[in-house]
Design a protein around this ligand. Structure first.
Ligand SMILES: O=C[C@H](O)COP(=O)(O)O
Length: 256
């Protein structure tokens, strides 16, 4: 089995300001100095990519974004392109977050198009998938995550997951303080990897599968003991440098 370097990514969502961006990144640079063994990325609001790019100079923390649109240029009011993200040095791009699926009615097929646009541009898709509480209680978790993954496989082929990231985020765990247990998350992560392995073992072995949903400085270490949890996509706890650093260090230690 290929060894996978964990990735911990902060999704700042709709939070921050120019000053906050600078301050948080300075804090992260201090807290994470000398930490090896875990890739780290942050996704501030796109409004603050310029401040973030400048503040990250000299740091190994990668820049990301919380969304992208499918068109590269032209009359698409309000859209943001892959090329614009590249212009700011962004690398890891979150797509299909449940908040976009819910509030902006993004479909599996539309998200697969975004995945393709990112691959074409040489950017790393961070594909969010996960079930609602009702789907979970109805025993539909595997059906839902399969459908969300298959939309990409059907459009682009399983090889599209080479070098890509999947973030399994059960919707009932997002921002609720009610994280999935390590065993619950591991079971779904193993299912996702096996689902991809049915098409290509090699692709499944290398794909990073992050867990997301109320990850914090107290529960991260135990989540990372699970073999198929390759890091985390962190919301609330990514807004404080010390808490986020604890999560990064826990991933580095667990996967060393
Ligand atoms: O993208 C991050 C997730 O939605 C998790 O957010 P949270 O850590 O605030 O629960």
């Amino acid at each position: 089995m290929a060894s996978r370097k964990p990735l911990v990514m902060g999704n700042w969502k709709l939070n921050g300001s120019k000053a906050f961006t600078k301050e948080l990144i300075e804090g992260l640079k201090t807290e994470l100095a000398g930490v090896e063994g875990c890739d780290v990325a942050i996704a501030p609001p796109v409004m603050y990519l310029a401040e973030a790019e400048a503040a990250l100079v000299g740091s190994k923390i990668a820049l990301g974004s919380q969304n992208v649109d499918v068109n590269v240029k032209g009359a698409f009011t309000g859209d943001i392109s892959t090329e614009m993200l590249k212009d700011f040095g962004a690398k890891y791009i979150i797509i299909g977050h449940s908040e976009r699926r819910t509030y902006h009615k993004e479909s599996d097929e539309f998200i697969a198009k975004k995945f393709g646009a990112l691959k074409e541009a040489g950017l790393v898709p961070v594909l969010c998938i996960g079930e609602t509480e009702a789907e979970n209680e109805a025993g539909k978790t595997e059906e839902v995550v399969s459908r969300q993954i298959d939309a990409v496989i059907n459009a682009l082929g399983v090889e599209a997951f080479n070098g890509a990231v999947i973030a399994y985020e059960p919707i009932w765990a997002i921002g609720t303080g009610k994280s999935a247990t390590p065993a619950q998350a591991q079971a779904v992560h193993a299912f996702i990897r096996a689902h991809i392995a049915a098409k290509s073992q090699a692709v499944a072995d290398q794909v990073i599968i992050q867990y997301g949903g109320s990850v914090n400085d107290s529960n991260a270490a135990e989540l990372f003991t699970q073999p198929d949890i390759d890091g985390a996509l962190v919301g609330g706890a990514s807004l404080k440098a010390p808490a986020f650093a604890v999560i990064v260090k826990a991933a580095a230690a667990a996967k060393a």
